[in-house]
Structure formats: structure tokens, C-alpha cells
Write a protein that binds this ligand. Sequence first.
Ligand code: AMP
Ligand code: GLY
Length: 424
Amino acid sequence: MKILLLGNGAREHAMAWALRRSSLVTSLTIAPGNSGTAMLGENVPLDPTNVPAVLDLVSEKKIDLVVVGPEAPLVMGVSDACREKGIPVFGPGKKGAFLEGSKAFSKNFMKRHAIPTAPFDICTDIGEVKKALEKRRAPYVVKADGLAAGKGAFIIHDLQEALLTAEELLSGKKLGKAGETLVIEDCLSGMELTVLAITDGENIKALSPSQDHKRVFDDDLGPNTGGMGAYSPVPWVDEPLMEDIRKRVLEPTLSGLREEGIPYCGVIYAGLMIDENNQPSLIEYNVRLGDPEAQVVLPVFQGDFAKTLVACCERRLDQIAWPETERTAVDVVMASGGYPGSYEKGFPIRGLEKLADREDILVFHAGVSDDGHGRLVTNGGRVLSVVGLGQDLKSAVEKAYSGVREIFFEGMHYRRDIASRASL
Ligand code: AMP
Ligand code: GLY
């Protein structure tokens, strides 16, 4: 099978790694890919949101299946365009991608289908915002409706500051069009959890639960990032809780999509808050695998990833084997000095060769490029995902950090407490 994978992060490197393990895959093209995916297939420089260019590549390479990594091409309608040409695609069409592309749509969808979520108001002017904020208590949650690359949610303690943020969003100053509509909602407390599920539109199956670490510094301090690490599975998530998540979140999502006539083949990412009574609430949907969650969930997935995606496109996910997860994975993200603020690029990365043949330590590339002389240099904020695999969390943590210790680039920083609160 000839597969085209769209995207260029560590998530896509992990997806390429998982696809390559399947005997089904004879050729893998990644667009645009990165230095990591180049080791697993052929990179083609192309903007995955450029739908006509993707279609050209699909026919040039005689692609049998397109797999979409990030949300932007989905929201742009790349899946619809491929399907119109009869090309199977793993990733929802534009309508389904709206679950991530519009927070107002997704919150209303949750409400229509009685999926537990924080009570909310949708506001398009400052008068409505004021009313919505005044009926709540601090901390206030203000979110931009549109895609904002993880920068669209604000949790603010001061009412005046919340109003000011809302004003800046509404005026377009802060996030452009993405902020023209806002969601104001109650602030939830508890433990955050990611459940990634795969659906063919008729069946939905959950992958192993995971937890992301969004803040840049240890103990969840400092600004938010794209994610500084993750681990999977999560020891405090037991089968009754997973069953609750399936029954109250995943299955109603699927039946809601069906009722509303939205075809969906792809990932449902449930970003959850689990409260002190072990009750789940849905914070948000994404319509693709999480980054860095994919870097831990795919290595512990015991099934055949390529076969699973093909089965999804053929609406027979129910026939696919779904073995229990036996290992634990821990991902430590190594970032450039200054990230998530501004940072310099182009520093040589040393030590990767020492980890090249390890099966228990995987290194997925994100902001890495080849300097033209075959040397790998830093080229982004999040540079590498170093994943340790073990029989339990403790050994996976040790493996991940032993991998991190082999690697060096100027200015690098990473969290030292990934998974340390896992057993709370
Ligand atoms: P979102 O853009 O919806 O993914 O939100 C980003 C992050 O903000 C989430 O991962 C949570 O950590 C936090 N967050 C969002 N909404 C809420 C909420 N209602 N209550 C508490 N935390 C929230
Ligand atoms: N890890 C958060 C996300 O992928 O959106």
C-alpha cells in the first residue's frame, strides 16, 4: 500500500514510525515531513493546506491512502477533496473538523447531545461578554471560537482583565478572525486527561489514555506550550472510568455526528477534566491525534496502525483486533532555549546516533532540520520527543531521561518531572 502522510511534527514522525511497522505499507510519502520522517519514507516539500497540490501529489504517486496529521488541512477540506476523487482518507471532512475548528459549534454540539461539559455562553459583543462573566466567579475562562494553535484559551483571575482580553479578542487585535466569537465558560477543576479514539463513523474505539504536560516548567509553572511531555497509559484511570468516558463522551459524540448527518472517519480527541468524584467533563474536541500524546499512545498501541486506518476507511473498525496495552511510554520534549517565547535556531544536535538502534528509547523529531551537510540542527521551539518504553511507569521514566541525557544542543531545556504526578 502506498500511503501519503500529511504533517511535519513529532506527532507525524510517530505516525510514520507506527505505519512503517505494518507489513501492509510498501511506500510512505510524507508531506512536508521532517528529518525524522525522512528516515522512514520520502519527504515531499509541500504545504498540506494547499489542497490542489495535495491532490496532484496523490495522483502522481498513485497513493492508496491519505493520512492527515494536523488539524489545519482537515479544516481546509483536504479530506473532502480527496474523497471526491475516490481516494480513501483517514481524517474527517470539513464538517467534522468543525468540532475543532469552532469552539462555539463544539460546545453547542456537546449541549445538543447531553455530553458533560462546563456550562457556557457564546458571545459576539462586549455587552454579552460582560453579562456572561458577571454571572460567574473567578477564575474566568475566555476562549476564541476559531483555530489558534493552542493559544486561544485564557484563564484569568481578575474580572477587569478578563473583560480586556475579551475586548482584544473581539476586535481581532489578538487572534484575528478566530476571536470574533467567544466562548465564556465555568472553570473546571480536577485532573486533565486525553482520550484519543478512532472511529469509522459507526464504531469508536479508544486508544490508551494519556496525559499531556502543557506548562513549560516543572510543577506546572510558567506559560503554556504546545506540550512538554506526556505518558500513557495513566495509572489512575481504571476500567470503570474508561467505560464512563466511552458511554458519556465517545459514544454520544458518534451518535451525535450520525444524527446530524456528519460523516466521520478519523480521530476524536477528547480533552477531558476528571473531577474529584471521578466524573468526566469534556473540555474540548480535537479532530486529530494530540501532540505530544501521539508520541506515547502509538508506541504502546499493540494493534496494526495501518490496518486499523484502512479498516476505518472501509467502515469495518469492528473487525480489527484491539489488544490490551502492555507497556508504558513516557515522552520528554526537549525544547530550544527561550521556547515558548522567541528562540534561536541552527544549533547542532549531538548524541542522536547513540540512540539510533534502541528499541526501548525512541526519538521523534519536530523542530529539526538538516543543515545541508548531513548534520542535524535545531529548527523550531519543540525540537525532539524522547520516548522511553518500559513495563511500568517507573522504568519508562528512567528510559526516557536516560535518552535525554545522551542528547545535547545549545540552550536546550526540558521538564524533569514528566509523569511524576501520575499516581496521584
Ligand atoms: P482548549 O483551548 O479548550 O484546549 O483549552 C486549553 C487548556 O485550557 C485546556 O487544556 C485546559 O488546561 C484549560 N482549560 C480550558 N477550558 C477550561 C475550563 N473550562 N476549566 C479549566 N481549565 C480549562
Ligand atoms: N496536546 C494537545 C494537542 O495536541 O492539542
